[in-house]
Design a protein around this ligand. Structure first.
Ligand code: NAD
Ligand code: ZN
Ligand code: ZN
Length: 340
């Protein structure tokens, strides 16, 4: 099988032929149909974060495909069933986080495309208990971006406890942001979308944003304040300055939800303003299996639209370049050609 492999941080990925992986107990092998390129995969390939993967590894945590082999003990999935393999590859199922519905905080978790090989491949392994069945009527190409970009932003809006009549700022309308705009609208909020490219601002408008703010030309914090200030600002831009700008645009009692993960990122949070204005800073990491089930359910009901372009896996290095230079409308999804 073909896979795109990170051999060393910061080097181009290499397309390799590898033997098909063999599922162990509790695992399944998936013949990948579609695999999204999340900006996290770029951080992984660059070794951007304090906790690093170990090259060689196959990135990708938006892999969607058909189960083709069941490991020992797997009874609830069947051959030919379509599943999505998210970032949360597995969690322990026994710790306080797992038992309280916060499996995404499990300290024993293994992350797909980071702690084990991921979806930039024709075949991949998944732990059956964490492989999410994809409902009929959701295509693999739509399911792929929903598997990380979708579930992550859906969860970010949940932790912000967004309600109708609130103003939500979505900072960064990329893969994650284009779905965040839609979930905020579904929650009934007024949405202010912030980006630095004309295409993304136009896309935000098409997807229902009420206000668009061009961070190249406008003071984001001041503009949000002119609209009364944001009840929640969802920070999705890979840029520290954008976090500070979003924080400055909160209204009293507002919440900054940190989602993007710029390398070595730190943000100055002014103590006086935070205390006097009663604002919060919250970190939000992907979402649970239940969150992903809800994301798929909303999509199957026709309530969200996934914007993507398909490319062959061989374009992986050019595709990464395109994401880094803002030349992608929302998401790139690799077409692995399963079933053809
Ligand atoms: P992306 O590259 O598709 O989108 C980023 C967007 O931010 C682009 O549209 C870009 O034009 C815009 N942008 C850049 N500078 C900006 C600025 N100053 N102000 C406003 N917008 C600006 O990336 P993505 O795949 O959506 O991922 C975004 C980030 O989220 C990455 O750091 C990724 O690692 C992280 N992420 C976090 C989680 C989590 O669970 N916390 C999950 C997935 C991704
Ligand atoms: Zn656990
Ligand atoms: Zn991701």
């Amino acid at each position: 099988m073909k896979a795109a492999v990170v051999r060393a941080f910061g080097e181009p990925l290499v397309i390799e032929e590898r033997p098909d992986p063999v599922p162990g107990p509790g695992q399944v092998r998936v013949r990948v149909e579609a695999s999204g390129l999340c900006h996290t995969d770029i951080h992984a390939a660059h070794g951007d974060w304090p906790v690093k993967p170990s090259p060689p590894f196959v990135p990708g945590h938006e892999g969607v495909g058909l189960v083709e082999e069941l490991g020992e003990g797997v009874t609830h999935l069947s051959i030919g069933q379509r599943v999505a393999v998210p970032w949360l590859g597995r969690a322990c199922g026994r710790c306080e986080h797992c038992l309280s519905g916060w499996e995404t905080l499990c300290e024993q978790q293994i992350n797909t495309g980071y702690g084990c090989d991921g979806g930039y491949a024709e075949k991949m392994l998944a732990w059956a208990d964490f492989a999410q069945p994809v409902p009929d009527g959701v295509t693999p190409f739509d399911a792929a971006p929903l598997t990380c970009a979708g579930v992550t932003t859906y969860k970010a809006l949940k932790v912000a406890d967004v309600r109708p009549a609130q103003l939500v700022a979505v900072s960064g309308v990329g893969g994650l942001g284009h779905l965040a705009v839609q979930y905020a609208k579904i929650a009934g909020a007024t949405v202010a979308a912030v980006d630095v490219t004309d295409d993304k601002l136009e896309l935000a408008r098409e997807l229902g944003a009420d206000i668009v703010i061009d961070a190249r030309k406008e003071d984001v914090g001041a503009t949000l304040k002119q609209h009364g200030g944001a009840h929640a600002a969802i920070a999705l831009a890979v840029d520290e300055a954008a976090f500070a700008a979003a924080n400055a645009g909160l209204r009293r009692g507002g919440k900054l939800v940190m989602v993007a993960l710029p390398a070595h990122g730190t943000v100055p949070v002014p103590i006086f303003d935070t205390v006097l204005n009663g604002t919060s800073v919250i970190g939000s990491i992907v979402g649970t299996r239940q969150d992903l089930a809800e994301v798929f359910q909303l999509h199957a009901a026709g309530r969200t639209k996934v914007i993507y372009e398909t490319r062959p896996l061989e374009t992986v290095n050019d595709s990464i370049h395109a994401v880094l230079h803002g030349q992608v409308k929302a998401r790139i999804v690799f077409d692995l050609g399963a079933g053809r």
